[in-house]
Design a protein around this ligand. Structure first.
Ligand code: HGY
Ligand code: MN
Ligand code: MN
Ligand code: MN
Length: 393
């Protein structure tokens, strides 16, 4: 039902924007990200879609009247794989074209901006869905101190107007799994049941910067020692409240002044945790704040928290799941499953406004957020075919 060659050709063209080794470096609002969006808008126009950039740089390709919305994001992590987000956007474009050619239901396409959280957590779809006020988003800073307001100003000249959710009947996002489940089971497709919740906050520990040769150990207020104790303390204390699917990550660390002969005076780090259960997320937060507070006190470090960002867990629409499941049964009989998503997706935000569903294809070796991320071509095509069948039904 689809043109696999056209789909693969577009997917590989998108890969060329910000290409780095086998992966991409295409963070939100960077030059390659904006160039990719401009190219994508051209491809949408060629497909007969009316293109629109909203005020934060989300790109829509619209069919007239009521339509189904499909898509994902085209920005990447600072070191990203070529398929994260890209697969869902180009799959949506192909399904939209194929459906129009067959006289099927109208499908609009979207690439949301800053899904990867340069400025927070899925910023573009959070603003579009009303989950985050634009003024609040504008004040968010990336790790180098650039504000969201400054970044989105780089796309101001492209802005062509808002897009109201009421024109859409639902949202389907296809994505690579980004985990090992389908790959290890030798399966082709996953119909997502729900998406985990996430919490993310920046923590600043300030001690006393000093000479690394003359300052006795017992007189130091060393911010890196604080971070080390926190990392170990969390490992021990979170054990009591979590399940095997709960996760927490200190993924970004900035040490000041970051010199071998200086006792580090300041550490800023990201503290992120995820779980499918709202209450457990709250219990994890209590433990995290306890551990950080206790270590700060022991070492005489000043402690400052940034805003607590997050998204609650959400369930996928059961009607849309059924449609995806029946299409999956046709395309990959006996080789698909229902499964939760441990990664975050724009679908979480869109669920505020529309019924949403998600379809996964396998990630080879379960690798993602890494240049090595990949998926077998046959699995990518099976994913698009499944979407097309679900839409046709
Ligand atoms: O971090 C995530 O789960 C997503 O890839 N932004
Ligand atoms: Mn993604
Ligand atoms: Mn990602
Ligand atoms: Mn000296």
């Amino acid at each position: 039902m689809i043109n696999a060659e056209r789909f693969l050709s577009d997917l590989h063209h998108l890969r060329s924007f910000g290409a780095s080794g086998s992966g991409v470096v295409r963070p939100a609002y960077s030059e390659p990200d904006i160039a990719a969006r401009i190219w994508l808008a051209e491809r949408m126009s060629e497909a007969g879609l009316a293109t629109r950039f909203d005020e934060v740089g989300n790109l829509f390709g619209l069919r007239d009247g009521q339509s189904l919305l499909m898509g994902s994001h085209t920005d990447s992590q600072p070191e990203g794989g070529w398929l994260d987000g890209a697969f869902g956007v180009i799959a949506a474009l192909e399904v939209s074209r194929a459906s129009a050619e067959r006289g099927g239901p109208p499908v609009s396409v979207v690439s949301f901006q800053d899904e990867e959280g340069r400025f927070g957590v899925t910023t573009g779809s959070a603003v579009w869905s009303g989950g985050l006020e634009l003024a609040e988003a504008d004040a968010l800073l990336d790790h180098s101190g650039v504000s969201f307001a400054e970044a989105r100003a780089r796309m101001e000249h492209l802005t062509s107007g808002p897009v109201d959710a009421s024109r859409f009947t639902g949202f389907i996002e296809a994505h690579i799994e980004q985990g090992p489940v389908l790959d290890q089971a030798g399966e082709t497709l996953g119909v997502v049941t729900d998406i985990v919740g996430i919490r993310d906050m920046r923590v600043t520990l300030t001690g006393q910067q000093n000479h690394a040769g003359t300052t006795p150990m017992h007189l130091r207020r060393d911010a890196v020692q604080g971070l080390a104790r926190i990392a170990v303390g969390l490992e021990e204390r979170l054990r009591n409240v979590v399940t095997p699917t709960s996760v927490w990550t200190i993924g970004h660390v900035s040490v000041s002044p970051n010199a071998s002969s200086i006792v580090p005076g300041k550490v800023v780090f990201s503290m992120q945790w995820r779980d499918g259960d709202l209450e457990r997320l709250a219990r994890m937060e209590e433990v995290i704040r306890d551990v950080i507070g206790e270590v700060a006190e022991q070492l005489g470090l000043a402690l400052e928290y940034g805003p607590l960002l997050g998204l609650d867990p959400v369930a996928m629409d059961t009607g849309l799941q059924l449609r995806l499941a029946s299409a999956a049964d046709q395309v990959a009989p006996g080789k698909w499953r229902h499964m939760p998503s441990g990664a975050l997706h724009d679908a979480t935000n869109v669920a505020r406004r529309l019924p949403v569903a998600m379809l996964f294809v396998p990630s080879i070796g379960g690798i993602s957020h890494d240049f090595a991320e990949d998926t077998a071509e046959a699995d990518l095509i099976a994913g698009v075919e499944t979407l097309a069948r679900a839409v046709a039904q």
